[in-house]
Design a binder for this molecule. Structure first.
Ligand code: HAM
Length: 417
C-alpha cells in the first residue's frame, strides 16, 4: 500500500528534537515571568478577517501565505500565521484592558505560513511570542528587548546581531512615505523588480526591504526615515537606545529594516544570525501603537516580538543537547520473575524514578546489551534466585559495579546513585 507522507513543510519533532524545544520553552517560562509576563494560549485558528485587518492586506503573509478554510456558513477561517493578531483579539474580547493598565502575555506554539520551504523556513513552524500592552514609554521598548536578549543569552546564543530601526508614527510616517514614493518615482522604473514597482504604489517602505541586489543598489541613496521623523518619535527612539546602551545591549541601526507586517510603529527590530544560511532572522518585533484600536479595541499602545524556534534549534545544533537518561532498566532474566519485576518498576516510578521495563526475558548478555542501549544509569537485574530471596541486583552501568539489595531498599540505593 502507498505510504502516506507528512505534508511538505510540516515536520515531526522526535524526542531528541522535542527536548531542545522543551529546553527553549523552559528558559522562556523561567525568564519572562521575571518581567511580569504570563502565558496566554490562543486558538490555532481565527477568522481570516482578523489577520487581514491586523497584519495588513498588502503583506505577503496575508496575500499569499495563509491557510484558509471556510466554516459551515462560508465564513473564512485561517490557521494563525503569527500570534500577535490572536493575542490582540483575546485582549480586546476579554475586556482585560478595563481591569489592568499594563498586560503582558507570552504565547508559545505552532504558526502556519504557506511559504516555499527551505532550511529554516517551514510551513508549520513554532514561535515564542511576547506582547506588552499598555505602556507607551520607551522604557517598555528597552525592557522587552532586554528580556528577549536575556532569553537568547540563556540559550547560550551570543553571536547574534540586534538590528534596530524606528518606523515613525501615524503623523510622520505618511509624510515620509510620500517623500520616499516621490523619490522612487523619479528612478528609472527598469532598475526595480516587478514586486518593487507594485510595492512603490501600495507600500513604498517595503521597497527598502527588497532582497534583489539591483533594487538594493538602485535605492541605496533613498531618503532615510529616521531623518524624517517627528520630534516625539526621534526622542522616543533616542531614549530606547540610551537604555540599551546603559544595559550594554549591543545593536546596529538598520535604516532599511521595515519588517513584513504592517502594524509596526516607532521601534522595530530583528535579531539576525550569519550561521544558519539565508533564513538568518531568528527573532523580530516592534511597537504597534495603533493595532488594538484598528481591531476595534481601545487606543492602547503595544510592543512585542517573536522568536522562531526552528531557527534557534538550528543555531543550537552541534552543541551539547539536553539528554534524557532513565534512572534504571529493569532486566528480567526469567519469565517467572515478570510479575515481581513489573511491580517493582511501577513502585519505583510512583516514587519518582524513571525506568524502562525490559519486556523480554533473554540471556544475561542480551539483556545487558538492551540495558546499555537504554542509556539507563543502573540495571536492576532479577532472576529466579533474586525472586526467591526478595532481592534485586543493582548494576551501576558506568562503573560496572554490582550489589544485591532487598526490594525495600532499592529506592534508597537509586537515590544515593
Ligand atoms: P515575523 O518576523 O514574521 O514576526 O516572525 C518572527 C520570527 O518567526 C522570525 O524572525 C523567524 O525566526 C520565525 N519565522 C517566521 N516565518 C517562519 C517560517 N516560515 N519558518 C520558520 N520560522 C519562521 C512576527 O511573526 C510578529 N508577530 C512578531 C511580533 C510580535 N511583533 C510584535 N509582536
Amino acid at each position: 500500500m502507498a505510504q502516506i507522507q507528512a505534508i511538505k513543510g510540516f515536520a515531526d519533532l522526535f524526542p531528541a528534537q522535542s527536548r531542545v524545544f522543551q529546553m527553549m520553552e523552559a528558559r522562556a517560562r523561567e525568564i519572562f515571568p521575571r518581567y511580569g509576563f504570563g502565558e496566554l494560549r490562543t486558538p490555532l485558528m481565527e477568522y481570516t478577517d482578523l489577520f487581514c485587518r491586523g497584519i495588513g492586506t498588502e503583506t505577503d503573509v496575508v496575500q499569499k501565505e495563509m491557510y484558509c478554510i471556510p466554516d459551515s456558513k462560508g465564513r473564512s477561517m485561517s490557521l494563525r500565521p503569527e500570534a500577535t493578531a490572536g493575542v490582540m483579539r483575546a485582549y480586546i474580547e476579554s475586556g482585560v484592558h478595563a481591569r489592568e493598565s499594563v498586560s503582558k502575555f507570552f504565547t508559545i506554539g505552532p504558526m502556519f505560513r504557506h511559504e516555499r520551504p527551505q532550511k529554516g523556513r517551514m510551513r508549520q513552524f513554532h514561535q515564542i511570542n511576547c506582547e506588552c500592552l499598555g505602556p507607551k514609554e520607551p522604557e517598555a521598548d528597552a525592557e522587552i528587548i532586554c528580556m528577549m536578549m536575556d532569553f537568547l543569552g540563556s540559550l547560550g546564543l551570543h553571536n547574534l546581531t540586534l538590528q534596530i530601526n524606528s518606523l515613525g508614527c501615524s503623523s510622520c510616517r505618511p509624510v515620509y512615505r510620500k517623500t520616499l514614493h516621490d523619490w522612487l518615482a523619479r528612478l528609472d522604473p527598469a532598475l526595480l523588480c516587478e514586486d518593487c514597482k507594485r510595492r512603490m504604489e501600495t507600500n513604498p517602505l517595503r521597497v527598502l526591504d527588497c532582497k534583489v541586489p539591483a533594487c538594493k543598489e538602485a535605492t541605496a541613496g533613498a531618503p532615510v526615515l529616521l531623518d524624517n521623523e517627528c520630534p516625539e518619535c526621534r526622542e522616543h527612539f533616542a531614549a530606547v537606545l540610551r537604555h540599551l546602551d546603559a544595559e550594554h545591549v549591543p545593536y546596529e541601526i538598520n535604516h532599511r529594516l521595515v519588517r513584513g507586517l504592517d502594524y509596526y510603529t516607532r521601534t522595530t527590530w530583528e535579531v539576525v544570525s550569519n550561521d544558519i544560511g539565508a533564513q538568518g532572522s531568528v527573532a523580530g518585533g516592534g511597537r504597534y501603537d495603533g493595532l488594538v484600536a484598528q481591531l476595534g479595541g481601545p487606543a492602547v499602545p503595544g510592543i512585542g516580538f517573536a522568536c522562531g524556534m526552528e531557527r534557534l534549534a538550528l543555531l543550537l545544533e552541534g552543541r551539547p543537547q539536553p539528554e534524557s537518561r532513565p534512572d534504571f532498566f529493569m532486566a528480567v532474566l526469567d519469565p517467572s520473575c515478570r510479575d515481581a519485576a513489573f511491580g517493582l518498576t511501577q513502585k519505583l516510578r510512583h516514587e519518582g524514578f524513571s525506568g524502562i521495563m525490559g519486556y523480554e526475558s533473554r540471556s544475561m548478555k542480551a539483556t545487558m546489551r538492551q540495558a546499555g542501549k537504554s542509556n539507563a544509569r543502573c540495571a536492576l537485574i532479577m532472576g529466579t534466585n533474586e525472586l526467591a530471596a526478595g532481592t534485586v541486583i543493582i548494576k551501576h552501568m558506568e562503573s560496572g559495579e554490582q550489589e544485591e539489595a532487598p526490594l525495600a531498599e532499592v529506592s534508597a540505593r537509586l537515590t544515593a546513585e
